[in-house]
Design a protein around this ligand. Structure first.
Ligand code: COA
Length: 254
């Protein structure tokens, strides 16, 4: 089965994470597929808006841990970084629909979407510290900016999940609805955007983003380098080993 479904209709390109049995955790192949889909959508005149969605029960459990350990992102050309660059510099509007768990990059990718709608079952988590890692996707820059420093520290240093209502309050979400409505709402907002003049949408998005664009790319590259290094270090090895063995990690000596 295809782990990323790509559907084009009426100017809307919808990318659906479709690996529900593994909680939509993202493999290298899935990052590569999403990067390619976004690169194509950016230049395809028939695509006016992109929607990113998961399943009504789960958005994404973040990186596929086994796949990440076997194929750690070694360079800035790794598919995960290609995906993050394609999304963060995507010129047209991106709408996300998020239900259920959104872990790690499942949450950080949302900072690069323009409109985010969530089911009331959405649970966000920036649990990098708990995995012996550091933030990625420019979240070390964008989370403090959006949440305020102390709430960012709570999210990034404690790494505890926060629910849809809290995410709405800090500005990560546009609206919270029952999970059965989130995908439909994202499509109807995307349809409204698709009916607007594309040149105005693109110009407006670029103007809103340009102040931070260079900094976002620079921070993302610095985080990526650190993340790749930390992935090979003992704390991450312990965290990932514990997950695979279904036990609690022991960081007492790290
Ligand atoms: N990588 C690889 N496999 C994953 C995964 C991940 N990130 N997240 C879940 N899975 C797999 C589980 O191993 C399990 O596989 P199995 O059925 O073969 O045992 C299956 O998906 C279902 O996961 P499970 O943990 O039983 O579901 P849950 O509903 O109890 O919990 C989550 C869902 C998302 C809260 C939980 O799976 C989780 O915390 N995952 C890890 C998230 C994470 O740390 N991601 C960051 C990676 S950098």
């Amino acid at each position: 089965m295809n782990d990323i479904l790509i559907h084009h209709e009426s100017g809307i390109t919808t990318l659906t994470l479709n690996r529900v049995e593994k909680k939509n955790s993202l493999t290298v192949a899935m990052y590569a597929a999403m990067a390619k889909a976004l690169e194509e959508a950016a230049v395809n005149p028939d695509c006016r808006v992109v929607v990113i969605q998961g399943h009504e029960t789960v958005f994404s459990a973040g990186n596929d841990i086994a796949d990440f350990l076997n194929n750690p992102p070694a360079t800035q050309d790794s598919p995960v970084f290609q995906f993050l660059r394609a999304l963060s510099s995507f010129p047209k509007p991106v709408v996300a629909a998020v239900c259920g768990p959104a872990v790690g990059i499942g949450t950080t990718m949302l900072f690069h979407c323009d409109l985010v709608y969530a089911g009331d079952n959405a649970a966000f988590s920036l649990s990098f510290v708990n995995l012996g890692l550091c933030p990625e996707a420019a979240s070390s820059l964008l989370v403090p900016q959006m949440f305020g420093y102390h709430r960012a520290a709570e999210a990034l240093l404690l790494g505890e999940p926060f629910m849809a209502e809290a995410a709405l309050e800090v500005g990560l979400l546009n609206r919270v609805v029952p999970p059965s409505e989130a995908h439909r709402l994202a499509q109807s907002v995307a349809a409204k955007l698709a009916a607007k003049p594309q040149s105005s949408l693109i110009a407006t998005k670029r103007l809103m983003k340009q102040g931070l664009a260079a900094q976002v790319q620079a921070v993302m590259a610095e985080e990526g380098e650190m993340f790749g290094r930390m992935l090979r270090e003992p704390a991450a090895r312990e965290a990932f080993g514990a997950f695979m063995q279904k036990r609690k990690p022991d960081f007492s000596k790290l």
